[in-house]
Design a protein around this ligand. Sequence first.
Ligand code: ADP
Length: 586
Amino acid sequence: MFQFWDKKQLAFTLVALLAGAVAVWYSTLYAQRVAVAELSGLAQDRLLLYESTLDAALNRDRYLPFILAQNPEIKALLRQGGDPGDINRYLEAVNAEAGSASLYIMNARGITVATSNWRTPQSYMGHDFSFRPYFHEAMRGGRGVFYGIGVNTNLPGFFFSCPIGQDGHLIGVAVVKVELQRLQKEWREGGETVFVTDQNGVIVLASREEWVYSSLVPRDAQALAAIQAQEQYRGVELSVAPARQGQRGAMTELSMGQERFLMGSRPLEGLGWDIHFLEPAHKVEEQGRAVAGIEVVVLLLLALLFFLVRDRQLRRQSRRKALEAQRMHQINQQLAAEVEQRRRKEQQLQETQQELIHAGQMAALGQMAASVAHELNQPLAAIRMFSANSQIMLERGQRQGVRENLETIHELTGRLAAVASQLKSFSRKSAGSHQCLDLRQPLHHALTLLGHQAQSMGCRIDKIEPPEPLTVLGNAMHLEQVFVNLLQNSLDAMAGNPRREITIILRRANGWVEAVISDSGPGLSPEALERLFSPFFTTKGPGQGLGLGLSIIHGIVEGMQGEIRGENLQQGGACFTVRLPWRQDA
Ligand code: ADP
């Protein structure tokens, strides 16, 4: 479905995954923290509620000992003794009405003298409770509060005591016992986890019955001794709940066996006790997990969306690239066709140029024909004369003269052969191949071809050239044609002039080899200067010139990476400069 990933995309994906993981981890923590804070608030609310129910249960009957302490009959019983029957019945009635566990009166020694449970087997009558702290507290004139397990009943409860005094003397103590079994039952039925610890950390009330009388903290020996002396938890094995505690936000994390809780606590005013509300810790984890789950789903959806968009982009991109490639292919094909067309045209042009060069050669050849005929004529006439002369000498037996004549004839035929070979090579269509050659060579040949014509016109030719070779890369035949054309033009131009001089300078200058050919003719006309190298420009009459010579040699020189220019000399006459790149002698 998706395109293949490159390294950059892979790195991006890894970073995104990492960032996503960190985000999920952090928000899970944050969600848990928020959940703990919410739980803490909830726990405080619940604790307030529980505290008020506990307060209500305790305070409902707390005032009863005070009322009893005012009773004159009870005081009389304490002072004078006698039958407690009436008092017992009275206490029984009040206890039944108030709903307290028991009501009883102790004398100043701690012996129970009247009690509401006088009828029951657990009756307190005659029992000594002087070891109980609430007795001592009351006998010191204060109000005693004590929580403990009843010695007779074995039922836990709160003991509230009040001193009974007469004439400035404390004569006894009135006590009410309030049992909290009902409250505990209500808590249990409420389904929440709540418990109360006393000042020693012993759980005295709990919505879970199995926790009662266990302690969250191990007690020291002193605390244990005090508990035993007061017989506070008589007949009960005080255990230590296997709990581990830690702090989590505003709550305490508590592990009890397999269970983990978050606990909020609150001190109970006046008792020195604490009330604790517990919520299962997994609620927090669940909230964190829920947030993480939602986040993972959202991130996955985002990632999916991203990949879908990216995939669409990539597809669009690759479609565009394919179209571009197609277009490029078409353009390339078009270009290739154009190049091929151009190449063919160039080839045609080259062929045409070669044809032109050849035509130029032929034209020059035609021009030269007359002078060549003259050139051939002279040695031929001489040969004829020498051969006739030899015949006569042979008849006369002058063998020496004949030998000399034959030698002269031999020389003359050599000259004829040289002229013929020059003409032949000049008219040959060159293949146009370039090679390293000494520029003095083609000039020499051109001068040989035109020497006679110049001589017959009375033209002086001055040639200045260095002794060492002037190497250029070019075609010998073509260069010869360049010189023949230039020299022929000069000769033609000087035909009507009394002074006929041509100066040829060959030299090396700045990486070039230069050939400067100047004449004493009339120079180039302004029109000629403007169209010098244009084909078919000529000032010569019909049959004398085609106007191709300079155009052809311009092509030849450029073909050899050279330059040609024509100008007029100050003193009059035309001057042509041909420059070709100098080659180090191979
Ligand atoms: P053609 O010789 O057939 O006329 P070219 O291309 O060789 O053709 O020369 C073109 C023209 O340039 C000539 O007709 C002539 O007018 C002018 N020209 C060339 N060389 C010289 C020169 N040395 N002096 C004066 N004019 C010249």
